[in-house]
Design a protein around this ligand. Structure first.
Ligand code: 0WD
Length: 254
């Protein structure tokens, strides 16, 4: 029973129990979804295995999104296991910590390229593979941040990447819409996760949001999870190409 009963999908980007992807995974399982998770590298396997067990989720493998064969292997596993999928969550981004501080103008070519590859292209790469398995239509979701729209302190090259990711949501929505595949993003307010701890002065950003957001608080991974649930379920059948803010309203004042 539940909103997601009978639906199966892949969640990429669970690093630990503070990950936004984990909040989404819990909300989906609560509503009856069956999940597959990937992890990145052996170090994360130990963290993700018990989490997968908690939700009865299938582990679709070790996936480094910079390696094409590694993505292919995950989708081959899914095809063998389920034949088709109904949804996919992409909660992956990366940039060199040293460049999430100081000035954007000092970004190096190498880190710029790596940031765009992991934080933008990987979503397109997985969308292309998901299309083949979404034979009854489906819903793709990625995670973005307000730094795509406005300059946020220290977000730098990641802000440029998120702007590209948001544009790719719109292009993918058009490409895949004819097959009943919807493509959306949640623009989450700041949350203290492993990835966020790499951003300079992150505690200050959290406080700033808490004081200034209309709801006078920051958001939790469970709140992001419940909004993601809407975008991944049939409740949002008429929604695609959307950047949905789950940020306690910060974007209307910031
Ligand atoms: O405030 C925040 N935390 C916000 C995060 C606000 C708005 C958006 N987001 C976004 C992030 O940019 C990201 O796209 O949400 C997404 C999920 O991030 P998260 O939950 O904040 O962070 P975390 O729990 O660290 O998960 C991100 C994971 C990586 O963890 P680490 O800590 O190793 O960076 O992305 C994965 C990895 O598991 N990842 C990769 N997966 C496959 N291949 C790769 C890669 N090459 N690189 C990073």
């Amino acid at each position: 029973n539940g909103l997601m009963a009978g639906k199966r999908g892949l969640i990429m980007g669970v690093a630990n129990n503070r990950s936004i992807a984990w909040g989404i995974a819990k909300a989906l399982t609560d509503q009856g979804a069956e999940l597959a998770l990937t992890y990145q590298g052996e170090a994360f396997r130990k963290r993700v295995e018990p989490l997968a067990a908690e939700l009865g989720a299938y582990i679709a493998g070790d996936c480094d999104v910079t390696v094409e064969e590694s993505i292919d292997a995950v989708f081959e596993n899914l095809e063998k296991k389920w034949g088709k999928i109904d949804f996919l969550v992409h909660a992956i981004a990366f940039s060199d910590k040293e460049e999430l501080d100081g000035r954007y103008v000092d970004t190096t070519r190498g880190n710029f390229q790596r940031t765009m590859d992991i934080s933008i292209y990987s979503f397109t790469a997985v969308a292309k593979r998901a299309e083949k398995l979404m034979t009854d239509g489906g819903s793709l979701l990625t995670l973005t941040y307000y730094g795509a729209e406005k300059v946020m302190p220290h977000y730098n090259v990641m802000g440029v990447a998120k702007a590209g990711l948001e544009a790719s949501v719109r292009y993918l929505a058009v490409d895949l819409g004819g097959k009943g595949i919807r493509v959306n993003a949640v623009s989450a307010g700041p949350i203290k996760t492993l990835a966020a701890s790499g951003i300079g002065d992150f505690r200050y950003i959290l406080k700033w949001n808490e004081y200034n957001a209309p709801l006078k608080k920051t958001v939790s991974i469970d709140e992001v999870g419940n909004s993601a649930l809407y975008l991944l379920s049939d409740l949002s059948k008429g929604v695609t190409g959307e950047i949905h803010h789950v940020d306690a309203g910060y974007h209307v004042v910031g």
